[in-house]
Design a protein around this ligand. Sequence first.
Ligand code: WTA
Length: 626
Amino acid sequence: MTDSRTAQHQRSLDDPDGFWLEQARSLDWITPPTRAGDWSFDEKDFHVRWFEDGVLNVSANCLDRHLAEHGDRVAIVWEPDDPKAEPKRFTYAQVHEEVCRFANVLKAQGVQKGDRVTVYMPMIPEAAFALLACARIGAIHSVVFGGFSADSLAGRMEDCGSAVVITADEGRRGGKTVPLKTTVDEAATIFAGVKTVLVVKCTGRDVPMTEGRDVWYHEAAAKVSTDCPPEPMKAEDPLFILYTSGSTGKPKGVVHTTGGYLLWAALTFRTTFDYKAPEIFWCTADIGWVTGHSYIVYGPLASGATSLMFEGVPTWPTSARMWEVVDRHDVSILYTAPTALRSLMKEGDDIVKATSRKSLRLLGTVGEPINPEAWRWYHDVVGDGRCPIVDTWWQTETGGHMITPFPGTVTKPGSATLPFHGVEPKLLDGEGKELHGEAEGNLIIARAWPGMMRGVWGDEKRFFDTYFRTFPGVYTTGDGARRDEDGYYWITGRVDDVINVSGHRMGTAEVESALVLHDDVAEAAVVGMPHDVKGQGIYAYVTLNSGIEASEDLRQALKKHVRHEIGPIATPDAIQFAPGLPKTRSGKIMRRILRKIAEGEIGALGDTSTLADPSVVDDLVKNRVG
Ligand code: WTA
């Protein structure tokens, strides 16, 4: 297997046009492409295009083409938050009908090809229908995770000029309700460009509806037909925008296009998981993240698979929930995040062993480096030693898997192993010199691949500057990696100011901006710190305005403030009040020192003599939190 994999990988690099045009035939094109990749990472002639003369529709690929042979196959299995509630199943024919109806509702609201539609939804089937409905009419969806605040939602809508948002009255998660519609109302007071709010009834809670702006989905749906021909789209037309955190500034809108992205999502899905119908595939991510886009919706449905969608959380009502869901639906392939495994591992093996899990064939992880201990627990306890693990490394920007085992690849706990077809990773030192053989350095990708992002919405320059300037001519991932004697890659984590909290990306700059918005805060610096369950936690150093007393109450107030500004996932785990931050004479904060202190590596602070005031470090060390 590894040999044939290597041969195929080699061929994908030697004859990229032949390889990719052949792979592209697995999609259903209205006009098949005659060209594969056309790209240059050079600043003067920078461009990335794939299958440029091809024409297709993503929803037709995910639905219509399966109808003749597999119309009655289940496309989506939905497991509700409350285990006592009934799961729902939708066949391909039913999803097709729902999506056509949804698409007609969007059209009736005036949504046109190229318009941006924001999706702020709980994990209910309508969220998947909404995405596919946008794709059907050529609207560009921008999903905002339901845990983000009104400010974050408004900022994202404003950035991409989205006048329409699809939401629900409320969501359900872990036995609690999430007031989505209320948050949308608040966002609309911040961004006046919100013109239409389409509300899906989920919990049935009575929510205020604003005349002329808010529309109940079920009422609008009753008025439209279920006949909606798919819009022919050029391969390079945008399919979606997804906001993600970077090392600086506000989150950026990563743009993915139609042909290349769909091929990448589908091919990686089929190859990495070796999916065979009628297996049940369960990706536990939320649809608000790229993992949900590629491996709940697009990859599985383009492949005619059965995708399980879960409304709840792995720890509610008990920490047996994940294994109970596996048994209830006979899940064959489970794809989850190391943070979930670490939190369940703490609860002991008996809870897992009390369930059968015999349906499982393959286990996958994504989102952050998996520590060997969690890998072994996943393998030995969850998979009873029977199931291979695919540790898939990729990013919002890459569209799908980039470095990953396939089911037959010899694995090593903690290594994402080898590059996917067409992917050419390299390691560079700080100066951009390539490192050969066994080495550790900056992970870059030396050539374009079909699923890669095509831009930052509204900011071409930021796209180039973020990914192609540091090391000219290649795509910079922002991750570090080690390559071992077998050529296997071991991702070591971010080398920039992005932190990875429970597999969710957070820019330190975003949390800092939120903190300094508070009236009592003069300055803030945020770094990652090691965290047993979350992988990384958020450690904030805060300098208060003069005259303001540090207190436990203020600490709690600041945490609450960040939750309100960004959302619960950005809540600092530790806040240290610091009279001063370590700065160079030119005023630059020396984050290296702050990171070491947060990590508790007090002995390894390195040279502090270039600081404007070296004595601040003593105070920081003395008052370390945690
Ligand atoms: C990290 C999630 C190690 C990495 C798909 C990357 C991983 C960031 C792995 C992207 C893995 C993701 N091993 N690290 N298997 N998968 N990462 O954009 O730091 O939310 O840059 O995409 O997660 O996070 P994003």
